[in-house]
Design a protein around this ligand. Structure first.
Ligand SMILES: NC(=O)c1ccc[n+]([C@@H]2O[C@H](COP(=O)([O-])OP(=O)(O)OC[C@H]3O[C@@H](n4cnc5c(N)ncnc54)[C@H](OP(=O)(O)O)[C@@H]3O)[C@@H](O)[C@H]2O)c1
Length: 247
């Protein structure tokens, strides 16, 4: 029997990059996986590959009501929620004076409010799952190196959002451990994805080309490691950088 056989995992931002790789990896361990994001076509393509283990839920994580409805639907359709991976995120990194305020607000909406809304909706299901046969449930949030330190000025609001989810996650960990809901953070360095290709997230393209970037699967591995520990052990934080990334 695979380690996650019989469990249900929710992965936000499963339509590309780290979320897609994580959904694939969790399904590979035997979990049923709820794929959440806005791009239904991308989710359906992944679900087609994963087969009956996967279910598609088109949702914008910044819409609290829609998220609450979807999370209730996942719990009903897939038999509860054992694992929540808060992965959906957005990054736009520019010097403050050149930044668009709407872009700043969008990062707060997706990276902070999206995590809050999804986690809030899932908590009762996670607590219930922790009382089930597995005896434990998991919340894993994909933060960033930028959630540990501000490595360069253009990281401004992106770093602020990731620091915010780090504080939230630590408070949640302290609160929920006694109920056997583990709360962990994965903090990636630079990963090849639409996020790093589509904007200045790598800060300068030259640097990113000199670095051997990680692949989304490297972060999916970290998530799988966290959620497959014995009930007694909680990996609270994993900082995973490309070998050559200095900061
Ligand atoms: N790539 C890196 O170097 C790196 C480093 C550190 C941390 N991270 C973090 O890793 C996570 C995943 O990023 P990635 O690199 O895999 O980038 P990505 O390929 O751009 O994936 C972002 C995912 O988030 C989803 N998303 C964005 N806004 C959403 C919204 N409003 N509602 C629902 N889903 C939304 C996207 O789906 P739709 O567009 O279909 O909605 C997509 O699936 C993010 O939290 C990011 O901050 C990435």
């Amino acid at each position: 029997m695979s380690t996650l056989e019989g469990t249900t995992a929710v992965v936000t931002g499963a339509s590309s990059g780290i979320g897609e790789a994580t959904a694939r990896a969790l399904a590979g361990q035997g979990a049923r996986v709820a794929l959440l994001a806005r791009r239904r076509d991308r989710l359906e393509a992944l679900a087609g590959e994963l087969g009956e283990r996967a279910a598609v839920y088109e949702v914008d994580v910044t819409d609290d009501d829609a998220v609450a409805t979807v999370i209730a639907g996942v719990a009903r359709d897939l038999g509860g929620i054992d694992i929540l991976v808060n992965n959906a995120g957005y990054g736009s990194m520019n010097p403050a004076a050149e930044s668009d305020l709407a872009e700043w607000r969008r990062m707060v909406e997706v990276n902070v409010n999206g995590v809050l809304g999804t986690t809030h909706a899932a908590l009762e299901h996670l607590a219930a799952a922790a009382k089930g046969p597995r005896g434990v449930a998991d919340v894993v949030t994909i933060s960033s190196v930028a959630g540990r330190k501000v490595a360069f000025p253009g990281a401004n609001v992106y770093a602020a959002t990731k620091h915010a989810v780090g504080a939230f996650s630590e408070a949640l960990r302290q609160e929920l451990g006694a109920r056997h809901v583990r709360v962990g953070l994965v903090e990636p360095g630079l990963v090849r994805s639409e996020l790093t290709e589509g904007n200045g997230a790598a800060q300068d393209a030259e640097q990113s080309q000199e670095l051997g970037l990680m692949e989304p699967e490297d972060i999916a591995d970290a998530v799988v490691h966290m959620v497959t520990r014995p009930r007694r052990a909680a990996v609270n934080e994993m900082l995973v950088r490309p070998t050559e990334q200095a900061r």
